[in-house]
Design a protein around this ligand. Sequence first.
Ligand code: AMP
Ligand code: GLY
Length: 423
Amino acid sequence: MKIMVIGGGGREHAIIKKLNESEQVTEIFALPGNGGIAKDAKCVDIGAKDIPKIVEFAKENSIEFAVVAPDDPLVLGAVDALEDAGIPCFGPCANAAIIEGSKVFSKNLMKKYGIPTAEYEVFDDMEKALDYIKTAPIPTVIKADGLALGKGVIIAQTREEAEDAVKSMMADKIFGESGSRVVIEEFLTGPEVSVLSFTDGKTVVPMVSSMDHKRALDGDQGLNTGGMGTVAPNPYYTDDVAKECMDKIFLPTINAMAEMGRPFKGCLYFGLMITEKGPKVIEYNCRFGDPETQVVLPLLESDLFEIMKAVREERLSEVEVKFADENACCVVLASKGYPKAYDKGFEIKIGELEDNADYYIAGAKLENGKLLTNGGRVLNVVAKAQSLEQAISDAYKAAQSITFDNAYCRKDIGQRALQALKK
Ligand code: AMP
Ligand code: GLY
């Protein structure tokens, strides 16, 4: 089976490595992939958002199955276009990807179907939003309606910050048209849990839970990033919490989407907060999370391609989705300075790793046979082990075998999870 994966980060590298384990998969193309992915797939220089070219490539190369991984092409309708051209896909159609593409859509869905989430108001008029802020509880959370490269959420600690956030989104348009409408919502507290799930629109199968580390610096300080590391499973996601999530969040969401004529097929990501009043949805993503995928897929024992095909064919309930009863830790090696300005072009040297460790390349390019850093998040080092403690220590040990100038990583990935286990 000749397949194609759209995207070019660490998440896509993890998906590709897992798909390569399937006996049915004979050849993988990555569009665009990256210099590190090139070891595991044939990279093609077509951007993930260039849908006409993606479709043309798929037809010309007799691609038999496509996996669309990033949010932009999903929201823009890549799956619709490929399916129309006769290419079976894993991923939601645009009318379902809107669950991530519009916060207003997802908040209204949760309200209509009684799915627990933060209280909120929607504004498309800046003056009304500013008026509302005068009396809103502080801290307050301001979210751009549309996609904003994962940066469209501002947590305002003061009224002034809230006003600035609204103005920057609605008047200065720092996120472009994504900010013409905003959601202003209640600030919730509690540990966060990421749950990725497979769903074919009828059945939903949660994968092993995980914990992201979004801030740039140790101790959850510094700027928000795309994610500096992950562990799985997440100790806050107990069996009781899992059951409550299934009954009050996962199934109601899948059923609501189906009822609205927007069946969700693909990977639906639930960003949850475990509040004192129970689990609540912070966000939905219409795709695999990054870097959650990098700890979740290494623990998957079943055939990823079989599952993806079953999702596409709406027979997810017939296949096995089994995860190893182990722990995984992913440490992101980033360029010093990320998420602000950073230098690139440094050579990456990868030494021998132990059998329980692996790496995924996120931002690198090949030049004259050398792998050079080419992004903020450069690569992910992952290790699995029986205990979380061991997985963390093995991931950091593996990270020492991979070097490049100006490398930076958080030193405390997994520590919060370890503390939670000890309680
Ligand atoms: P997002 O970009 O949607 O992933 O949100 C970024 C982060 O903002 C989340 O991971 C949470 O830590 C935080 N966040 C979003 N919404 C809320 C909320 N209503 N209350 C507290 N924190 C929030
Ligand atoms: N790790 C969060 C995300 O993928 O959006």
